[in-house]
Write a protein that binds this ligand. Structure first.
Ligand SMILES: [Zn+2]
Length: 361
């Protein structure tokens, strides 16, 4: 992957579509011919043929809500803003730089989005489709021009290149040898022990169980054997978690937790990962810490530390305990209560694990 992708991963989920490398001269008019955001949450685009599109997603910040945008070659004549409805705040058509056109879809606050599942699909040489959301309430179509109109001026032999093509580089997790590794994921707490209780009653046990299950799914898809120490709300004491891991002969053990600060201070946020011993444990902790920080911009890096937690001290394989944020912290709690963020954290942990296995295994 390009450096750009690595650096901006998650903050800018890039959907790169290289259907044709023809680049339009700066002076040419916008390659965007028509667009429509339909009642089912699907954005359809019609462009000039031979167009390179780049699509991005950025999480909400203080200034903007969640934003999805697509850059097109060719310069837009008249920048404009179109009022949204339903989950859409507004749609802006702009000129981010000379010779470019940008279509921005800005969402209202608290909209449930799952950008990790988004795929931009090329329907043919000049039409594109991406599902952005599932409307919970009625949503009125917004758009300009006719997206259905087709241009049939391409040579026939090129058409195969324009077959349905789904490219989602941002989902790329490192590949490791299939069926070689086994990992134990330990969702902290459970049952009568809810762990930390955060702002609005959010419970650690629920958050970490969900994240752990997604990590399991992502790793399984890469051919890694994964076992969870608990699959539901059961109380499992610490010694059985450890003996479970030791008995399965797992390559690594990852315990997933969320933090609470003393006095439930809302200004304390941040991520940290603990290991107990060995360079392998430390390396695994570093890989995971790096990835979870990437998906949690603004949340402090509390570092990779040595810790004496029971589960990482008594497991025989490289073991880490990751704290994915403070449920009592304003910034972290707001994020962790969102399913889309929990998914990103799970993805980050899976990525850290795979990078470790790739390097050490
Ligand atoms: Zn905990």
């Amino acid at each position: 992957m390009s450096k750009f992708l690595n650096n901006k991963l998650f903050r800018y989920l890039a959907v790169f579509l290289f259907l044709n490398s023809a680049i339009l001269p700066v002076k040419s008019s916008s390659a965007l011919a028509a667009w429509a955001l339909k009642t089912n949450g699907v954005l359809e685009l019609r462009t000039k043929s031979n167009t390179n599109l780049k699509a991005y997603f950025q999480k909400a910040n203080q200034i903007y809500g969640d934003r999805f945008w697509v850059d097109f070659p060719g310069e837009l004549k008249n920048p404009r803003t179109i009022k949204g409805n339903g989950p859409i705040k507004e749609i802006r058509l702009g000129k981010p730089s000379k010779g470019k056109t940008r279509l921005v879809v800005e969402f209202k606050e608290e909209t449930y989005l799952a950008p990790l599942t988004w795929k931009m699909v090329g329907l043919d040489q000049n039409r594109w489709r991406i599902k952005l959301f599932t409307p919970k309430y009625s949503f009125t179509k917004i758009g300009e021009g006719f997206v259905e109109k087709r241009i049939r001026n391409l040579k026939k032999d090129q058409s195969s290149k324009y077959m349905r093509k789904t490219v989602h580089n941002y989902l790329q997790l490192p590949n490791v040898k299939q069926n070689k590794f086994s990992v134990v994921i330990d969702p902290g707490h459970g049952g009568p022990d809810p762990g930390a209780i955060g702002i609005g009653g959010i419970r650690e046990t629920d958050v970490v169980l969900e994240v752990s299950k997604i990590v399991k799914k992502l790793l399984s898809e890469k051919g890694v054997k994964v076992k969870l120490t608990r699959k539901n709300e059961v109380n499992l004491d610490l010694p059985p978690r450890v003996s479970f891991a030791n008995n399965t002969n797992a390559d690594i053990f990852v315990s997933i937790h969320a933090n609470a600060s003393r006095g439930k201070r809302r200004d304390i946020n941040g991520l940290e990962t603990f290991y107990f011993r060995g360079w392998r444990g430390r390396l695994l902790a570093k890989k995971i810490q790096k990835q979870i920080l990437r998906v949690s911009p603004g949340s402090p890096d509390r570092g990779v530390k040595q810790g004496r937690f029971y589960v990482i001290k008594n497991t025989r394989m490289p073991a880490v305990l990751v704290e994915i944020g403070f449920l009592t912290g304003r910034l972290d709690a707001r994020r962790l209560e969102k399913a889309a963020h929990r998914k990103r954290v799970a993805y980050a942990i899976a990525k850290g694990i795979l990078e470790y296995l790739y390097k050490v295994g």
